[in-house]
Ligand binder design. Structure first.
Ligand code: GLN
Ligand code: ZN
Length: 809
C-alpha cells in the first residue's frame, strides 16, 4: 500500500544558522544581494534533499523565507502597508526588509510583529484597510517552484490560506471598533480570493499539482459565522478556478467508498496534469483539534485535509464519515513541536488496525488515501540532535528535524510492512498507550517531575497593594514618572568574546568574573550619568534570558546547537525540561548584589519567570503544564529570597511569555490564567511588603489576560506599547488597574533612535488615562540587541523627556 509521506515545512535558518549570518552580513552591507540569494538557495536545496532522502514523496516550496512567511505572503499578494508604497529603496528585497525592520533613514516604521499562534515564532502582521488592493506578484514563487522541479524534486506548494492571512492581519482603519475592524477585514475577502486564484493559476501553470494551503485558524474555538461563510465563499471560488472532471477538488464526486479508480490523483502520474488542470488543495490545520470547525472543514471543496492525529483522534470516526471517497486524509503523526519522539511501533499498529481499513475500505488500489506528515511545520524544532551530548536518560528519547523526518520515514516503512533496518533506532516510548490515559513522564535514571506541594504558599495573600506601595515608596523615594530599563544592555562583541573564551577554558573563572564586574561597574556609572532612577546591572553574564537559567537549573537539559528561529535572523535555543527542577546557588544574584554595592540608587534585581522559562523550553508533551511551572517557580523563589536578603529591594521577574500561557482554545483560558498567575505568585511568595515586585511583558494586548495579570499581584508591570498603537491605557483604566505600569516609550527592536518628542507623545497618551503616580518610563524591552551608539542617545532622550514631563506636571 502506497502511503504518501510529506512535510508541512522545514526550518529555514540553515543547519548551522547560515541564514542568520548571511542576513546580518547583508544588513550590514558586508555581502551582496546575490550572495544572500545564494545562501537561500543552498538552504532550500539542503531541505529538499533531506525530505527526499527520508522518502518524502514531495518537497515543500514556499516554506523558505528570508524573514517570515506571513510577510512573504503579503509580498506575494502585492499587499504592503501604505506607508511603504513609495518608499525610496533600491530593491524589492530592501523594501521587504524595510517592512520587517523599518527604514531608518526614511523614518518609516516597521509593521507590527506578533506571535504565531501559541508558538514562540513571530510573524509580521499584515495591515488591512478599506483601500487595500491586492496585486499578486508570483515571479519569485514560480522561480522557486522551477528551482525545485529542475533539481528533480516534486514540488508541493505551501501557502498561507486566505482566511488565515486575513485573520492574522490587523485592520488599521482609524477609529473603528474591534467588531467593525473584523467586518472590514472580511470586506476585502473577495478581492483577496481573486488574488489567490491568480497565484494558484500561476502555480498550476508552473506544474504544481498539490498545494498545501495552511488554514491554522480552523483549530480556534473563536470563529464566528462570518468567518465560516468566508471559508465557504473563498474555497468555492478557488475551486471554480480548477474544475476537475474527475473531481478531486470537488465534493460532487460522490461518497462512494467502493470507488476503485484512483482519480483522486494520488500520484502526479495519475493526474491530468498540465497548465490549469490538476491543481489540488490540501487544506492544512495544525496545533489543535478542529473540533469546533469540523463541519466547516468537511464542507470545503478541497482534495484533502491535514490534521494533527493525536489532537483529533477522538474525532476521527466523524471525520472519516464526512470525507468524500476521493479526499485525502493527511495525519500529523510525528510531533513537529516537541522533540519527544513517538512510539512508532504502537502508532503503526494503531493506524494499521484502526484507521487504514476504514479509510481505504476494500479498495484494491495500490495507493492509500492516507498521507502521513509531522503534525505541523518543523520550523519550531532545531535541525538535528546529532553531535549533542544527551544525558543517558534522554538518549533515543529526543529528536529534532532530521530525526523527526527519519521517524516519519520509519513509520511509513512499518506501515508498508517493511521491517526496520538494522541499526535503525527504536525510540523509547513516551506516547500514551493506544486509547488510554497519557502515562506520566518517566525517564529511566532520573526522578519524574514531582507534583510540588504549593498549597500553603498560595494560600497566604500579600498585604494590600495600597499598603505595600506606601512602604515601598518610603523605602525607595522615587520621583514621579521614574525612569528605568528592562534589564539587559548591549551585548557587545567584547562581552560575547569574553563569554566564549571562558566557556572554552581560554580564560579562568577569576579573570572572567573580574571582567564581568568591570562591565557592571561601567553600566552603573553610565546609568548614573544618564540620570536613570532605577538602575540595572545590565545582564552581561547572560547570553539569553532563558538559557542562562536553564543551564543552572537541575532537571533541565540544554543543547549545544539546538537553535530555533524566533523572528527574522533571531534564534533561540530552547532548553529541555525533563525532570523535577531544582535551583543551583548560582542564578546570578551575586552580580546584582555587586552592582547594588556600587551605587546609592536602587538596583533592580532581574530574573526570568516560571511561565516564560516553561513556555520557551521544550517540555514532555504529556505532562500537565502547571506541574512543570510550579516546579520552576519554587526554584526561582529561592533566588528571589536570596536577592532580597542581599539588599535588593526591587526585583523584576520577567514574564515576556506570560500570554503564551493561553492555549489556542479560549475555553481553556480561565484555568490557564489561574495556574500561570499562581506560578508567578509562587515565585515571589513570602517577600517583604517593602520589596517591590516588577514584571515585564513583551506585548500590550492585555485584554485577554487581564485577570491573570491582576492575579500575578506584581507591583509594577512594564510592557511593550511602542510598536502597536496601544489603545490599552483606556482599557486598563476602565478595568480598574491601579498598580504600577511602565509602557514602553520606544521600540528597541528597531535601530531608529527615538526623538524626545515621540517619547513625550507616548507618555502623554498613557497620562490621559492613568494616574501619573502609576506610571514608569522605560523602553519597551531589553537593550541587548542594540549597540551602545543606539542605546545611549535613546536612553538620554527618554530621561530628558521624563524630566520635562515631570516639571510640566
Ligand atoms: N530582562 C530581559 C532583558 O532586558 C527581558 C527580556 C525580554 O523581555 N525578552 O533582556
Ligand atoms: Zn521584553
Amino acid at each position: 500500500m502506497n502511503i504518501r509521506l510529506h512535510s508541512l515545512g522545514l526550518p529555514r535558518i540553515g543547519k548551522n544558522r547560515e541564514l542568520k549570518r548571511a542576513l546580518e552580513s547583508y544588513w550590514k552591507g558586508k555581502i551582496s544581494q546575490a550572495r544572500l540569494e545564494e545562501q537561500g538557495r543552498n538552504i532550500r536545496m539542503e531541505n529538499w534533499q533531506l525530505q527526499k532522502q527520508n522518502g518524502l514523496d514531495m518537497v515543500n516550496v514556499g516554506d523558505f523565507s528570508f524573514y517570515d512567511h506571513v510577510l512573504d505572503t503579503s509580498f506575494l499578494l502585492g499587499h504592503l502597508p501604505r506607508r511603504f508604497e513609495s518608499a525610496p529603496v533600491s530593491s524589492e528585497l530592501d523594501l521587504y526588509f524595510g517592512v520587517a525592520r523599518g527604514l531608518t533613514q526614511q523614518h518609516i516604521e516597521p509593521s507590527a510583529m506578533t506571535k504565531w499562534f501559541d508558538t514562540n515564532y513571530h510573524y509580521i502582521v499584515p495591515e488591512i484597510d478599506t483601500g487595500t488592493r491586492f496585486t499578486p506578484r508570483t515571479q519569485g514563487l514560480i522561480s522557486r517552484i522551477r528551482e525545485a522541479a529542475d533539481a528533480g524534486f516534486t514540488p508541493k506548494l505551501q501557502l498561507l490560506g486566505p482566511l488565515s492571512y486575513l485573520y492574522l492581519s490587523k485592520s488599521s482603519n482609524p477609529g473603528s471598533s474591534d467588531s467593525e475592524a473584523a467586518r472590514s477585514k472580511l470586506d476585502v475577502l473577495d478581492a483577496l480570493t481573486e488574488a489567490y486564484r491568480r497565484i494558484l493559476q500561476d502555480a498550476a501553470a508552473a506544474g504544481v499539482e498539490w498545494v498545501q494551503i495552511d488554514e491554522p485558524i480552523l483549530v480556534l474555538d473563536s470563529l464566528d459565522d462570518a468567518w465560516r461563510d468566508g471559508f465557504a465563499r473563498a474555497y468555492e471560488r478557488l475551486n471554480e478556478a480548477f474544475p476537475r472532471e474527475s473531481g478531486s477538488n470537488s465534493r460532487d464526486g460522490g461518497r462512494d467508498n467502493e470507488d476503485n479508480n484512483d482519480s483522486g490523483g494520488l500520484s502526479p502520474n495519475d493526474s491530468t496534469g498540465g497548465a490549469g488542470g490538476g491543481l489540488k488543495l490540501l487544506l492544512t490545520t495544525y496545533f489543535e483539534s478542529i473540533e469546533e470547525e469540523l463541519e466547516t472543514v468537511l464542507n470545503l471543496p478541497v482534495a484533502g485535509i491535514h490534521l494533527d492525529y493525536e489532537k483529533n483522534r477522538k474525532l476521527l470516526p466523524r471525520i472519516l464519515k464526512g470525507l468524500d471517497a476521493r479526499q485525502i486524509l493527511s495525519l500529523g503523526v510525528v510531533n513537529g513541536r516537541s522533540p519527544w519522539r513517538e512510539d512508532l511501533d504502537a502508532r503503526a499498529t494503531e493506524l494499521k488496525e484502526e484507521l487504514i481499513p476504514l479509510l481505504d475500505g476494500n479498495r484494491q488500489s495500490r495507493t492509500s488515501r492516507l498521507w502521513l506528515a509531522p503534525t505541523c511545520s518543523l520550523l519550531h524544532l532545531p535541525w538535528s540532535i546529532q553531535g549533542e551530548q544527551l544525558p543517558r536518560e534522554l538518549e533515543g528519547v529526543l529528536g529534532f528535524t532530521v530525526e523527526k523526518l527519519a521517524d516519519l520515514n520509519r513509520l511509513g516503512s512499518l506501515l508498508k510492512g517493511r521491517r526496520p533496518e538494522k541499526g535503525e533506532q527504536k525510540p523509547v516510548s513516551q506516547a500514551p498507550a493506544a486509547g488510554g490515559e497519557p502515562e506520566p513522564l518517566r525517564t529511566s535514571g532520573t526522578d519524574e517531575i514531582l507534583d510540588p506541594n504549593v498549597e500553603e504558599l498560595l494560600k497566604t495573600p500579600r498585604t494590600s497593594f495600597a499598603r505595600r506601595s506606601e512602604l515601598q515608596q518610603e523605602a525607595l523615594n522615587l520621583p514621579s514618572l521614574p525612569t528605568t530599563t528592562i534589564g539587559s544592555f548591549p551585548q557587545t562583541p567584547d562581552i560575547r568574546k569574553l563569554r566564549l573564551s571562558w566557556k572554552r577554558g581560554e580564560i579562568d573563572t577569576d579573570a572572567y568574573e573580574k571582567r564581568i564586574k568591570e562591565i557592571i561597574e561601567q553600566n552603573i556609572r553610565l546609568q548614573e550619568e544618564i540620570g536613570l532612577d532605577v538602575l540595572v546591572h545590565g545582564e552581561p553574564e547572560r547570553s539569553d534570558m532563558v538559557s542562562f537559567f536553564a543551564d543552572r537549573l537541575e532537571g533541565v537539559w540544554s543543547s549545544k546547537a539546538g537553535w530555533v528561529q524566533s523572528y527574522g535572523s533571531r534564534c533561540v535555543k530552547p532548553p529541555v525540561i525533563h525532570a523535577s527542577v531544582r535551583r543551583s546557588p548560582d542564578l546570578g544574584w551575586k552580580w546584582i548584589s555587586y552592582a547594588q554595592g556600587l551605587t546609592d540608587k536602587p538596583v533592580k534585581g532581574m530574573l526570568t519567570g516560571p511561565v516564560t522559562i516553561m513556555k520557551w523550553s521544550f517540555v514532555p508533551p504529556h505532562t500537565p503544564p502547571e506541574k512543570i511551572a510550579y516546579n520552576i517557580a519554587l526554584a526561582l523563589r529561592e533566588e528571589v529570597l536570596e536577592l532580597e536578603s542581599n539588599g535588593i529591594s526591587i526585583i523584576q521577574i520577567d514574564e515576556p511569555a506570560f500570554r503564551e500561557v493561553l492555549p489556542l482554545k479560549q475555553l481553556k483560558w480561565p484555568r490557564a490564567l489561574e495556574w500561570g498567575a499562581e506560578a508567578f505568585r509562587l515565585s515571589h511568595a513570602g517577600v517583604k511588603d517593602g520589596t517591590q515586585i516588577h514584571s515585564h511583558m513583551c506585548y500590550s494586548d492585555f485584554n485577554s489576560i487581564f485577570e491573570g495579570i491582576d492575579a500575578m499581584d506584581a507591583d509594577v508591570i512594564s510592557i511593550e506599547t511602542s510598536r502597536s498603537q496601544g489603545e490599552l491605557f483606556g482599557e486598563l483604566a476602565k478595568k480598574g488597574y491601579t498598580k504600577g505600569l511602565g509602557p514602553g516609550v520606544y521600540d528597541i527592536h528597531s535601530p531608529l533612535v527615538p526623538e524626545a518628542r515621540e517619547i513625550r507623545t507616548r507618555v502623554d497618551r498613557a497620562l490621559a488615562h492613568l494616574d501619573p503616580r502609576q506610571l514608569w518610563v522605560n523602553p519597551d524591552c531589553g537593550l541587548k540587541t542594540r549597540s551602545w551608539d543606539e542605546a545611549k542617545p535613546a536612553l538620554k532622550a527618554m530621561v530628558d523627556s521624563a524630566r520635562e514631563l515631570r516639571n510640566n506636571a
